[in-house]
Design a protein. Structure first.
Length: 498
């Protein structure tokens, strides 16, 4: 059965138009991974309006390619310039750049690319194997179960968010409130729109995402960034020696396994996976003092982990309709733009889209290896473009995209306001990603809450009587309680500081 599904997927992904968009996504992803301050969240937010004219499958293939492609690009500049283009590549700087200073930049780049390729392919195989099973289980979920599942998702985002728990909870609540703006579908009563007719249909997802992450990130980056060129270290011989392969194959396997697991967690993601994989290798090593001084395991494990996490984060999105991080929330937005409701029904209603996306991930990972190894010099030269020349172009495309959504100047002004909000949040040490998850999940939670209460005739005990719902709520409560324990709270703070 799965073989037939994969054949269908490759027949969809291998069409010339989908191969082209897979290539574009891989190229864009590598580019945004290379350039500091231009991450996949910003890029996908800016490109969302451009996907209106595309077929849904082509659009999602391209956006997915940007996400996992960014993990490849970030390692190149981390190793050669000690300049991480992506948050998930920060830890690669420690040993990758040390190897480069020792004249071993080539093997570091090769192990990074090959480890990423293996991890991406293995994690995609997990998606193909387990998504149908999870989807079959999710189809049996009732409204109460879905509501409780989303509560777990939001609690997970709080627990794994950087910084204060109270700040993370406040971001979730603000996102939920913003998701309620507009006309109530049941009573047709306007809510929280301040009498503005432009908000009658609610806040547009593209406007919020572009403002919060696109414009807000540009302001933050302009404040922090100085156009200084790093010292580019020649990469020399690329292929690793037999000894390099011997030292790195086990870290690649462990990083792939750990990253695949962490990618599934609500609020988890590529940065968490790469840091956890590095910490694990250092703990398992017989000579941990080598780490930070050019240990190839310190490159192999985190680079494998972040790519595996990037792939498996699609599993909760495709099977449960639950975004596990900010990029997946944007993917939900892209699906909704095209009239697709994320969740288990995608596998039956749109098998071409579901399996086409999965097949495209294998093709995209192969494209990324073929693109990254020969084009290292080009990616490094791109860093010499001053950011003061890049950001006006990004802002221009963002404003054109926002205006094109509904031909409304009000939306452009609203996005600018959200941009300022994003800047203020970052300055006040609030992480904006939980806000986006709350905004996406808020209306879905309200819908399932109302449906469950209607079916139970107003009896809130339905959430405790349904076995699945009860287990999920207990899990959410246990996560919160565990995080509030002094020892866990202290350890959590130490992890984020480190």
């Amino acid at each position: 059965m799965m073989l037939n599904d994969l054949i269908l997927g490759f027949s969809v992904a291998a069409t010339p138009i989908n191969l082209f968009y897979c290539l574009m996504g891989s190229l864009f992803g590598t580019l945004v991974g290379v350039l500091p301050g231009v991450g996949p969240v910003v890029t996908i937010a800016v490109l969302l309006p451009a996907t209106f004219a595309l077929e849904p499958t082509s659009a999602l293939i391209m956006l997915a390619g940007i996400y996992y492609g960014a993990q490849y690009g970030g390692s190149t500049t981390s190793i050669l310039l000690n300049l991480p283009g992506e948050t998930s590549s920060v830890v690669t700087c420690l040993d990758g750049h040390a190897m480069a200073r020792q004249g071993r930049a080539g093997p570091a780049l090769a192990v990074s690319a090959l480890g990423s390729f293996f991890a991406g392919c293995a994690a995609t195989l997990l998606i193909a194997l387990f998504s149908p099973l999870l989807g079959a289980i999710a189809v049996r979920f009732g409204p109460a179960d879905y509501f409780s599942l989303m509560v777990v998702g939001l609690v997970g985002a709080v627990v794994l968010a950087q910084g204060s728990l109270l700040k993370a909870v406040s971001m979730i609540v603000l996102g939920l409130l913003l998701g309620l703006v507009g006309t109530d579908v049941n009573s047709a009563v306007s809510r929280f729109d301040f009498g503005l007719p432009e908000l009658a249909d609610g806040i547009n997802f593209v406007v919020l995402a572009m403002g919060l992450f696109g414009i807000g990130e540009i302001i933050v980056t302009l404040e922090r960034r100085k156009d200084e060129e790093g010292t580019v270290i020649p990469h020399g011989r690329v292929w690793p020696s037999r000894d390099d392969v011997r030292q790195s194959w086990k870290p690649v396997l462990r990083g792939t396994a750990l990253g695949s697991l962490l990618g599934l967690l609500p609020g988890g993601g590529t940065a968490l996976a790469s840091f956890a994989a590095y910490a694990l290798e250092k703990k398992l090593s017989r000579s941990p003092e080598r780490f930070g001084k050019g240990a190839i395991e310190g490159v192999a494990a985190p680079e494998s982990a972040n790519n595996a996490a990037a792939q498996t984060s699609f599993i909760p999105l495709l099977t449960l309709g639950l975004p596990s991080n900010a990029v997946m929330a944007l993917m939900v937005g892209a699906m909704m733009i095209h009239g697709i409701t994320p969740g288990p029904q995608i596998m039956t209603s749109r098998p071409d889209l579901f399996w086409g996306m999965i097949a495209s991930m294998w093709i995209g990972n192969l494209m990324l290896v073929l693109l990254n190894m020969p084009m290292i010099g080009l990616w490094v030269r791109l860093l010499r473009i001053p950011y003061r020349l890049l950001y006006p172009a990004i802002l221009l495309f963002a404003c054109i995209g926002i205006y094109s959504v509904s031909n409304s100047a009000f939306d452009v002004g609203l996005a600018a306001a959200f941009g300022l909000l994003g800047y203020v949040l970052v300055k006040a040490a609030f992480e904006p990603a939980p806000l986006l998850l709350g905004f996406i999940l808020g209306p879905l939670m309200e819908e399932n809450l109302r449906r469950a209460m209607t079916m139970s005739r107003g009896d809130a005990g339905v959430f405790l009587r349904e076995p699945v719902s009860l287990v999920l709520l207990l899990l959410a409560a246990a996560l919160l309680a565990l995080t509030l324990l002094p020892a866990v709270k202290r350890g959590r703070q130490e992890v984020f500081v480190e």
